[in-house]
Design a protein around this ligand. Structure first.
Ligand SMILES: C[S@@+](CC[C@H](N)C(=O)[O-])C[C@H]1O[C@@H](n2cnc3c(N)ncnc32)[C@H](O)[C@@H]1O
Length: 268
């Protein structure tokens, strides 16, 4: 153990020397590059300052690993030019691939917002499927647990939740309007193929939404979280304590866990 520690300190020392040498060379040969290097180093260092928010202990899987045993997947993605506070393009692809690979028919989403992730889920449903998506009611956006981030509190009050879901998909979406803390998962128990947690990101809400999602999943179903990133410390803290194996999807802020299937075993 002490030997390992000494080795890693020496390795860090060596890297620091090479970095200092490179910085001197950059400042002479290509001074505008300094800003880029320091920006990358600064952002990388802030990501790991707090051990609680450091996501690296959650193992990473590639997008291809979501394919299961399939060679290729024909998934559909609707791209929006209004993507603030929503899943990214690669995250839309990952969600869509997961939906098709697992023939998801019943899907539950926490956090509709404008409906960008809802749209990807609805587009890739197996025949006869339905997406249930929950957000706060516009006429009464009160909630009972804590939301510490002012930016998130502002989102809760925004009107037009689900407004970007295309008209032709509306028949495949059931909009539930209530505080997720008040939501009773009983009618959905063990019936959901995929649950997506992207509501409020405080520890209390992530815990509330995730535990309800887990109860609603059928054995072998998938729980997917958005915002597994150092910027959402509470999400990372919760995921690190989650009793089932959690993986991050490379290149995204998605994390997922498969509910154990007693007959078939589980991946993840
Ligand atoms: C980050 S946005 C969801 C983005 C969306 N999933 C997407 O990718 O397009 C979070 C949403 O969660 C909703 N929300 C926050 N607290 C909630 C609560 N207690 N119950 C239900 N929804 C809540 C907010 O109103 C907001 O619309």
């Amino acid at each position: 153990m002490a030997e390992d520690r000494q080795k890693s300190v020496m390795d860090a020392g060596r890297k620091l020397l090479v970095l200092a040498y490179n910085l001197i060379r950059i400042s002479r040969a290509n001074p505008s590059g300094l800003r880029h290097v320091l920006g990358v180093a600064l952002s990388g260092s802030s990501d790991v300052i707090s051990p609680e928010a450091d996501v690296r202990s959650l193992p990473e899987i590639t997008l291809a690993e979501l394919f299961g045993d399939k060679q290729s997947i024909r998934a559909v993605v609707e791209v929006f030019n209004d993507g603030a506070a929503a899943v990214s393009g690669l995250e839309c692809i990952a969600l869509s691939v997961l939906m098709v690979a697992n023939r998801c028919r019943r899907v539950f989403e926490f956090g509709t917002y404008k409906g960008i992730s809802t749209t990807q889920l609805a587009l890739n449903l197996a025949p006869g499927g339905m997406v249930f998506t929950i957000d706060l009611p516009e006429d009464d956006p009160r909630y009972s647990l804590t939301i510490s981030s002012p930016a998130e509190r502002k989102l809760t009050k925004e009107a037009g939740k689900g407004r970007l879901v295309p008209e032709d998909l509306l028949a495949k979406v059931t909009f539930l309007r209530m505080d997720s803390a008040e939501f009773d998962p009983a009618p959905f128990l063990e019936s959901i193929d995929l649950a997506f947690v992207d509501g409020a990101h405080s520890y209390d809400y992530v815990k509330n939404d995730s535990l309800k999602a887990w109860q609603m999943l059928r054995p072998g179903g998938w729980l997917v979280w958005h915002d597994c990133s150092p910027r959402h410390r509470d999400v990372v803290r919760f995921l690190k304590s989650f009793p089932s194996a959690v993986n991050r999807v490379a290149g995204t802020d998605l994390a997922l866990s498969q509910k154990p299937d007693t007959d078939r075993g589980s991946k993840g």
